[in-house]
Design a protein around this ligand. Structure first.
Ligand code: URA
Length: 196
């Protein structure tokens, strides 16, 4: 049931013409991973390689994300990875507010409610602005936030490392902190805390 609804949503995303971003995209990128994921990862928007392949985080920023996930022992297949908007903005500009609003209300919000992840990891300013309503990731980075019966954790967008390689250490330490918190949340959820 949930599986069918998510598949249907993906077909709608691939054929979507609700905002101007469809005019310049090659492929919409619905997202990918487990429909039963306890963790959802939300980035900004597809880039060039994602637009080519129709898959999220498969370009250079995706390689950085893969490295971070590997570092904390999380496999891509066990999480669900997606973006605020599903189509690449021209020249990789930031998604505009109306584009984000249309895309989120039609797709991302439905993906969140169907997959119902316990924890959502937000990558970068655009994700925190549209999901948590704060201006900058630096205001919420590294903090566990509870909202609408889910946990949110934010860090920098992995692309930051491509512009500034010295930021890799900071990103890695945020992922380490996240891994600790995520482990504790899972233990609590599944009643394992009595063993510790
Ligand atoms: N950057 C994003 O925010 N999302 C992707 O899917 C790729 C790069």
């Amino acid at each position: 049931m949930k599986h069918e609804e998510l598949k249907l949503l993906e077909q709608k995303i691939k054929a979507c013409e609700l905002c101007r971003l469809h005019l310049s995209r090659k492929n919409a990128v619905p997202g990918e991973g487990s429909y039963g994921a306890q963790l959802m990862i939300i980035g900004e928007a597809p880039g060039e390689e994602e637009d080519k392949q129709g898959r999220p985080f498969v370009g250079r920023a995706g390689k950085v994300l893969d490295k971070m996930l590997e570092r904390i022992g999380i496999k891509r297949e066990e999480v669900f990875i997606t973006n605020i908007v599903k189509c690449r903005p021209p020249e990789n500009r930031e998604p505009q507010d109306d584009e984000a609003k249309i895309c989120m209300s039609n797709y991302l919000e439905k993906q969140i409610s169907l997959i119902s992840p316990m924890v959502i990891l937000l990558l970068g300013n655009v994700a925190v602005r549209h999901i948590l309503g704060v201006k900058s990731v630096s205001l919420v980075r590294g903090k566990l936030i509870e909202k609408d019966r889910r946990y949110y954790f934010a860090t920098y967008h992995p692309a930051i490392v491509l512009y500034n390689p010295s930021k890799e250490e900071i990103l890695a330490s945020d992922f380490d902190l996240f891994a600790n918190i995520y482990k504790k949340i899972k233990e609590k959820r599944f009643g394992l805390e009595q063993f510790f």
